[in-house]
Design a protein around this ligand. Structure first.
Ligand code: GCB
Length: 602
């Protein structure tokens, strides 16, 4: 799906701003809200999560539907064009109405969707109403608990007469921020238009051959011009499918991005797609970018900030990448959902390497709230398969041309060991699907939870073993010696597989300002000691090809006894001030090269 752009053939109208808003306090869905202007509406800013924009528990922790409304007119000069309404993301699911009529539904909170408006709008003023549901359950991604059970509060017996407030019980560790979280735009195209562009570069001696497919609707001829960063035409092609050669190609490199632009013309329509030329390959125990063994230094992150919640914040995006530069990081994972298109485009420009993750988090009935008692077969209980396929397809379709994306993560911390065969049977087709959807055939991974790894049949199916490991925190917390021994045993086990392995999470909650001469858990000194101890082990293994810390910054979670006003594992505070460990990493990472840090023994 193309990102909406303003150009000589396409108009772009941004509907950001203050919208009318109401919580739906009924237990059911009140479609009547769509049929007239919202009564007693309150104000809400779009795009942003709504939760932290107003005061009160009822508002922040609202469960179920909310209603957004905005009035708009399309300039008369555009009415003869194809007119499209596009949402960057609405969390968790949406129904869209124009002048009271339902025109589209969408499930899933982190990927774009769009709908043609021509047959629905009037030339005068139109009423756009968006109903948004924030409920997570056994069929959504991320997964929530159907019947309740707060993953971070422990388990209690049934207590007749107690009526806990209705709320979401996420099977994941981040606040369920919701609403219209990314831009809402109207764009136009000519009636015959470019629907999608796919670019597949391969690198030769000094040149690159780029295969392309231009998906079009209507009649016309496709012409393609490729420009370098100076705006000079370096290649041309005709036809909706084919290839072109870029002579003296300049590669997209981590930390040293270079982007070309494919300027596509089709009849009266035109669209410019930026793209980088680079290769990605897993060979033996190495992860190669442009043929060189890459070492991942970076983070698991969240889209999370004060006031906006998970709402897009381009200032913060720029700042976060600047902090990554400062600290010497070269990469991050979009834990635990696809990030905004704006962030992906920025990473393409800044040369930041990205592991792109679906929202499949909490596919695990033996962890958090769901844990306790006999182990359960997650894959017999959850109904996520169909939606899981959908988010893999949509994420790869959206980000397929991004040079920054070097690997797809199709899930975070699923249960892979309670019923190892069920897990492998669920994941093998999804792993294959991801490969099959990606025109560039990037590596595919499934991020593994700390578990009885020797039973795991799923992770070994993937291209890179990605582990979230908390030796020295949840496991052997406060005993770093034991943590080192255990980690070493586990790495010895995985080494035999002959595949590259990296940490996609490891970390320790640290409350900024807590200090101790003899470090204890939660102090800034313990966080440093924790990382030093872990690195002493990981640095010994040549197949260990990357360290992504949990987390870049502190972030909001559901309330519970395990979290002190949110998850505090950030190297930075939520307002992006460095903890002691940030300085430790700055020293470490500026001394670790992006390429060739590990030399395979053979
Ligand atoms: C994990 C999860 C992440 C949590 C983290 C933690 O393994 O993937 O979402 O926030 O642990 O801090 O417990």
């Amino acid at each position: 799906m193309l990102y909406p752009r303003l150009n000589s053939s396409r108009a772009l109208i941004d509907l950001s701003g203050i919208w009318d808003f109401q919580l739906d306090k009924s237990d059911t869905f009140t479609e009547a809200f769509a049929c007239s202007p919202l009564e007693n509406a309150i104000t809400i800013a779009v795009p942003a999560s709504y939760n932290d924009q107003k005061e009160g528990e009822d508002f922040r922790d609202h469960y179920g539907w909310v209603w957004y409304q905005k009035f708009f007119s399309v300039p008369a000069c555009l009415l003869s064009e194809r007119i499209v309404l596009r949402f960057g993301a609405v969390t968790q699911s949406a129904r869209v109405y124009i002048n009271g009529k339902l025109i589209c539904k969408h499930k899933g909170g982190f990927l774009p969707f769009e709908v043609e408006l021509n047959e629905h709008i009037s030339p005068e003023e139109n009423r756009l109403t968006v109903a948004v549901d924030n409920r997570v359950n056994h069929s959504t991604l991320p997964v929530g608990s159907e019947a309740g059970g707060n993953m971070l509060s422990g388990l209690i017996p049934d207590m007749p007469g107690v009526t806990p407030k209705k709320q979401n019980y996420p099977n994941f560790d981040f606040f369920n921020y919701c609403g219209i979280t990314r831009p809402v735009k109207i764009y136009t195209t000519p009636k015959n238009y470019i629907k999608d562009i796919t670019l597949i570069p391969s690198v030769g001696e000094n040149s690159a051959t780029v295969s392309y497919i231009v998906d079009t609707v209507g009649n016309g001829n496709v012409h393609l011009l490729v420009r370098n960063e100076a705006g000079k035409v370096v290649a041309e092609a005709d036809g909706s499918e084919g290839s072109f050669i870029i002579p003296d190609v300049i590669l997209w490199q981590p930390g040293n991005a270079y982007l070309y632009t494919a300027e596509v013309r089709f009849g009266e329509d035109t669209y410019s797609e930026p793209f980088g030329v680079r290769t990605v390959e897993v060979r033996g125990k190495e992860f190669l970018i442009n043929g060189n063994p890459f070492y991942f230094k970076g983070f698991g992150k969240h889209e999370d900030s004060n006031f906006r919640g998970r709402g897009i914040d381009e200032v913060l995006n720029v700042k976060d990448l600047s902090l990554m530069n400062w600290i010497g990081a070269n990469s991050f994972r979009t834990s635990h959902y696809p990030y905004s298109e704006e962030m992906m485009l920025l990473c393409d420009r800044e040369g930041i390497v990205v592991i792109d993750e679906t929202p499949a988090v909490g596919v695990n009935m033996n962890f958090g709230a769901a844990a306790g008692g006999e182990p359960k077969d997650t894959y017999k209980i959850l109904q996520t398969r169909e939606h899981h396929e959908e988010v893999i397809r949509d994420m790869i379709c959206r980000d397929k041309n991004r040079a920054c994306v070097v690997m797809w993560s199709i899930a975070n911390e699923s249960d892979t060991t309670a019923f190892p065969d069920s897990a492998a049977a669920y994941y093998k087709p999804l792993y294959d699907l991801a490969h099959c959807c990606d025109p560039q055939n990037r590596p595919v991974t499934i991020v593994g939870v700390q578990n009885e790894f020797v039973k795991d049949k799923t992770l070994p199916l993937t291209d890179v073993i990605c582990l979230n490991r908390y030796y020295g925190w949840y496991v052997y917390g406060g005993d770093l010696k034991a943590a080192q021994q255990a980690l070493s045993l586990e790495l010895d086990y995985w080494e035999k597989l002959g595949k590259p392995l990296m940490f996609t999470e490891y970390g320790a909650d640290t409350v900024a300002g807590f200090h101790a001469t003899t470090p204890v858990m939660f102090t800034e000194e313990y966080q440093v000691d924790f990382y030093e101890a872990i690195h002493e082990v990981t640095d010994r293994y040549d197949f260990f090809i990357g360290e992504q810390v949990w987390n870049f910054a502190d972030f909001a979670t559901i309330q519970g006894i395990m979290r002190v006003v949110g998850n505090k594992k950030g190297l930075f505070t939520r307002d992006r001030q460095p903890k002691l460990a940030a300085h430790y990493f700055k020293e470490r990472w500026h001394n670790i090269p992006d390429f060739g840090y590990k030399q395979p023994k053979s």
